[in-house]
Design a protein around this ligand. Structure first.
Ligand code: ADP
Ligand code: ASP
Ligand code: MG
Length: 415
């Protein structure tokens, strides 16, 4: 029998009525002859609540040490949201006459690396699942979680249920992986920010990968990487209507493609500049080595010559990592590895990016982007480019305006 993976995100399983609605979609596919593996997220808001409890428990007010909790216990707590919804989904399916049982990550088992809080999937053993499918049982699998080499529960990073779904689709040889969510597909930009955003019928793996890694949280970046690697046809669709959705597929399977196909944003960015660092071989390694060791996700980097023999080094990172980044840099300075005149932090910036494979063969995208931002009087603080994207850092209060201006300038509302 053909197999199908169906993943339901937080809003799609937010309460029992929503779970029943999702289960009805599963039943429809079961009735159509599929063996179905259902992957569920926690109820919407649940994971945030659990993360909040972990922070409160390990970071009492006044301790001023964000991020210093035990990541293994963090995983033990935050993985619990998916345990609840997987059990409830199995119960509701049984109620509807669909034979089903729930599986936690460790029961499958889905094995991951030891990186608690941001683990990567290593293997999925499917023998037990295969056997149960044979017996006519459909699977409901808790997304977002697995088991590490230390035998303890791990989680795959926020939004990780998407990755669980694609990984199971690849491991089970599913015909397709359907990602059910609260939008009916991938749009030219986040429809919450730009009302005129247009749903795409198809998008290439490469573009989706860029959009996701630049902030479009409709799919977790890692899930798109896996879909690309294992050629899993991925469909993003709505839990709340029967519209066709967006197919994430090979570039060759897309007829027309525009130069720019989407705009993405990352709201909570920060920018740190070290003024007048010594300009010598090894200085970048001396700065970014300790940052990497501290687990800082350094993103954009700009180096500028300032005075004779001196250079200014600017980088961006997530706003909630600023304290940790400063600590790592101060530590390196304390050990005499690096020195600077001044450290300047701006924690009210956001990153806005345009993405499109058409950029490979068309010049002028960056210029059009800068013009559109200038027309709105938006100042650009940092610029980075790659083959299929241009990103800028702007003041956070202009982020929405920048997204809308770029959507307009590249006429993304038009098919
Ligand atoms: P789920 O809980 O189902 O995983 P998410 O909240 O993680 O859902 O992802 C869906 C959300 O992604 C949408 O509600 C939308 O606001 C946001 N989003 C951001 N960029 C895009 C985009 N380009 N297309 C569609 N949705 C987007
Ligand atoms: N529940 C997890 C989160 O909120 C995983 C997911 O929803 O994909 O990040
Ligand atoms: Mg999600």
């Amino acid at each position: 029998m053909p197999r199908l993976v169906m993943k339901f995100g937080g809003t799609s399983v937010a309460d029992l009525d929503k779970i029943r609605n999702a289960a009805a979609k599963v039943k429809r596919e079961v009735d159509a002859g599929y063996e179905v593996a259902v992957i569920v997220s926690a109820m919407s808001g649940k994971t945030n609540e659990l993360v909040g409890w972990v922070k409160d428990a390990s970071n009492p007010p006044g301790a001023n040490s964000p991020g210093f909790y035990d990541a293994r216990e963090y995983d033990a707590v935050v993985a619990s949201g998916e345990q609840v919804t997987s059990g409830l989904m199995a119960l509701v399916l049984q109620e509807m006459g669909v034979p089903a049982r729930s599986w936690q990550g460790w029961q499958v088992p889905l094995r991951t690396t030891a990186a608690h809080g941001a683990a990567r999937i290593e293997t999925i053993e499917t023998e037990l699942l295969d056997q149960k499918f044979e017996e006519g049982l459909h699977a409901v699998i808790a997304g977002f979680q697995g088991i590490g080499p230390d035998g303890r529960i791990t989680t795959l990073g926020r939004g990780g249920s998407d990755t669980t779904a694609v990984a199971f689709a690849a491991a089970l040889g599913a015909a397709r992986c359907d990602i059910y969510t609260d939008v009916d597909g991938v749009y030219t930009t986040d429809p919450r920010i730009e009302k005129r955003a247009r749903k795409l019928d198809r998008i290439s793996y490469e573009e989706m990968l860029e959009l996701a890694s630049l902030g479009a949280k409709v799919l977790q970046t890692r899930s798109v990487e896996l879909a690309l690697r294992y050629k899993v046809p991925l469909m993003v669709r709505s839990s709340f209507n029967d519209e066709p959705g967006t197919l994430v597929c090979d570039e060759e399977d897309i007829m027309e493609s525009k130069v720019v196909s989407g705009v993405a944003y990352q709201r909570d960015e920060a920018k740190i500049t070290l003024m007048e660092v010594e300009d010598r071989p090894g200085v970048a390694a001396a700065i970014f080595g300790p940052l990497a060791e501290a687990g800082i996700n350094v993103d954009m980097i700009v180096q500028n010559i300032s005075e004779e023999g001196r250079t200014d080094m600017t980088f961006s990172c997530p706003e909630d990592q600023v304290a940790l980044a400063k600590k790592a840099l101060d530590g390196a300075a304390g050990r005499g590895e690096i020195a600077w005149r001044d450290m300047v932090t701006e924690d009210d910036v956001a990153k806005v990016s345009v993405v499109g494979i058409g950029m490979r063969s068309h010049a002028g995208v960056a210029q059009k982007m800068f013009k559109a931002l200038a027309a709105e009087n938006i100042n650009i603080k940092v610029i980075t480019t790659s083959e299929i994207k241009v990103s800028v850092l702007v003041e956070r209060k202009y982020m929405e305006l920048a997204v809308q201006a770029l959507h307009d300038a590249f006429e993304l509302e038009k098919a």
